[in-house]
Design a protein around this ligand. Structure first.
Ligand code: TTP
Ligand code: MG
Length: 607
């Protein structure tokens, strides 16, 4: 049956408001670190390969797994089961992170929300994409691509089977693209929620995919031997459950909600129960940029200040590479130490952080860098924080040092900033900036090499070592007072990404330059003596320039199309009716309106 032929009674085929309404894909890269190494050195493919961090084999290729090598095995043990195991050091995460980011970026091509989980997993919500595909798909011929967990006894009336079949095809396309473009084999799980898509994903490892229909959620979950297999159940919850003899997921399915409520909060009890039944309504949250960028180095013990300084110097060098790749200017720095309590033979972490001046960093051709003097300044700050954490009059024993940049300078590239819409490289912007507005949760994506089990105590009340970074007033100035001269509207490329990353000093220079160049470029109608914030000429330029129905010739259509609908309408009506461009009235009218995203707010006259 062709979905286009369906009458309204058949519209349930696309009922995405049902409990099974969503279609989620979970993609996990096979033996991730090992694949990165094998891509670098293809001759490793035929050998059993283990990736070593300290004395642990964190992962291995599938060749090694044939011998019984398991993740997190001790190196000594691994060499016992596989004496010819080739070991590579995987402590430098740089290339793994780079590969991880490439995969994440590639998945943006499907124009659906992508949530990154750790280094090698991504959730993609393809619900809306499927709705689009359904308009031109012959659903009679649809089949599942890859494996199906269990055959259905009947079709679900909400149409979820149809949608999940399409999702399985999209998952296959994604996996093929990752393989073709980046060389990685992957596994995928397809389901109507995140929980089932993740749990079903490894069913046919490696390099394959599995789909599960909603009605099989309960039976699939009951096959999981430990409640700990459920992703959002942590060690503490597991302990509590086990202490009440709830060990397997099947046990959790059977225990009554009332009993669970005795040991957990009401919300938690309901959530646990739902999870055990394969029910999960958490949304796929588009991943933004990481909240912090950090690195740690652990060792047996360091008890001398000069050695600590060496460790920090090395960490800082590596961290600055990550900052350069990230492209944002840090404004806060955190130092973490793990102190060994010799008496108690235990360790604990302590952190201190302080604000740092953005002027430590410079931008050259859009790349963040730090001069030698800047690096010295950072080291001074780091050692000052270290001195606050350690009483140097007494012996100390450290087992870990860590550095992280924890806050970044805001750029005026949020959703409501017009500069977003006047960029040439909008595709980059939509990934880099709009997302940073949406979500900066560290749990979604964190460059930091901090182990998930680490607990960090951050002393946020710490006195500033450096004066507070000045608010980049000029950024606000540019966005608010920016008048769109013909030159600007016609050539959005003049506003480059790099400019948006300038620190406050550089911004002052840029705005001075702009003022000068704009004065020179004003049309004869405009008085050269006029301040740039007198926008009437600029607006008249827009109003008079049209030689096509919708868009004046000098307007970049791509840029125009990227504007929000409401702005497009506003501009179109202005072009159609030049009297609307009577600036003083337009300004007054629009300033009184409270439209949050009105283009007119960028034409505020200077007071
Ligand atoms: P996983 O996806 O758990 O493992 P994997 O991709 O190596 O293998 P699989 O084919 O089973 O998916 O983890 C992703 C990477 O994370 C892994 O390649 C190495 C790293 N890792 C650690 O650093 N420490 C760990 O304890 C584990 C489990 C993984
Ligand atoms: Mg993996």
């Amino acid at each position: 049956m062709d979905v286009r032929d369906m009458d309204s009674s058949s519209s349930t085929f696309t009922d995405i408001t049902s409990d099974h309404g969503k279609s989620i894909i979970h993609i996990d890269i096979d033996c991730f670190y090992a694949q990165v190494e094998m891509l670098r050195k293809p001759e490793l493919r035929s050998e059993p390969l283990g990736i070593q961090q300290k004395n642990i084999v964190v992962t291995s290729n599938y060749e090694a797994r044939k011998y019984g090598i398991k993740k997190c095995m001790l190196v000594t043990e691994a060499l016992k089961v596989c004496p010819n195991l080739k070991l590579l050091n995987g402590e430098d995460l740089h290339d793994y992170r780079a590969a991880s980011n490439k995969i994440f970026l590639l998945l943006q091509n499907w124009k659906s929300p992508v949530e990154k989980l750790g280094m090698d997993e991504n959730f993609i919500d393809v619900t809306n994409l499927i709705q689009e595909k359904l308009k031109s798909t012959n659903i009679g011929n649809l089949t599942i691509t890859g494996h199906l967990y269990s055959e259905p006894s009947m079709d679900c009336p909400c149409g979820c089977h149809t949608r999940l079949k399409i999702a399985s095809q999209i998952a296959n396309e994604m996996r093929q693209k990752i393989l073709d473009d980046l060389g990685f084999t992957t596994c995928a799980g397809v389901a109507h929620n995140k929980l089932l898509s993740k749990l079903i994903c490894p069913l046919h490892k490696p390099n394959d995919q599995t789909t599960i229909y909603p009605e099989h959620g309960v039976s699939f979950m009951s096959t999981l031997e430990s409640v700990r297999s459920i992703p959002s159940i942590g060690s503490k919850t597991t302990e509590t459950l086990i202490s009440h003899n709830i060990i397997s997921v099947s046990d959790l399915q059977q225990v009554s909600l009332d009993v669970l409520k005795k040991h957990f909060s009401s919300d938690m009890a309901v959530r646990l129960k739902n999870l055990s039944l394969g029910e999960d309504n958490t949304p796929v949250k588009q991943t933004g940029r990481p909240q912090s960028i950090g690195l740690e180095d652990s060792f047996k013990t360091v008890s001398v200040k000069s050695e600590v300084e060496e460790k920090f110097t090395a960490l800082l060098q590596r961290l600055l590479i990550l900052v350069r790749e990230d492209g944002r200017i840090p404004v806060s720095l955190r130092v973490t130490l793990r102190k060994k309590d010799v008496k108690r033979l235990s360790s604990h972490r302590e952190s201190r952080q302080c604000q740092i001046s953005p002027s430590i960093f410079t931008i050259n051709s859009g790349t963040v860098s730090v001069t030698e003097a800047g690096q010295e300044k950072l080291m001074t700050i780091i050692m000052r924080l270290f001195n606050k954490l350690i009483d140097l009059s007494k012996p100390f024993h450290l087992t870990l040092v860590g550095l992280a940049f924890t806050k970044f300078q805001e750029r005026m590239t949020g959703r409501s900033s017009i500069v977003n819409y006047l960029m040439n490289d909008l595709s980059v912007q939509s990934v880099l900036n709009i997302q940073s507005d949406c979500d900066t949760s560290a749990s979604s994506m964190d460059y930091s090499a901090v182990s998930p089990s680490s607990s960090t105590t951050t002393d946020l009340s710490d006195a500033e070592v450096e004066p507070s970074p000045k608010k980049p007033k000029k950024v606000t100035w540019i966005a608010k007072r920016r008048c769109l001269s013909r030159e600007d509207v016609a050539s959005p490329s003049k506003l480059k990404v790099g400019e948006l990353r300038l620190n406050s000093k550089e911004l002052e220079k840029v705005s001075e330059l702009r003022l000068n160049s704009r004065d020179r470029s004003l049309t004869p109608r405009a008085s050269p003596a006029k301040d740039v914030s007198d926008n009437s000429d600029a607006m008249r330029d827009i109003a008079e320039g049209g030689n096509c129905d919708e868009c004046p010739s000098y307007v970049d259509k791509e840029v125009f199309n990227a504007l929000p609908e409401e702005m497009q309408q506003e501009l179109k009506s202005m072009w159609k009716n030049p009297s609307n461009s009577d600036m003083p009235r337009a300004i007054t009218r629009n300033m009184n309106k409270t439209k949050p995203n009105s283009i007119m707010k960028y034409f505020v006259p200077q007071k």
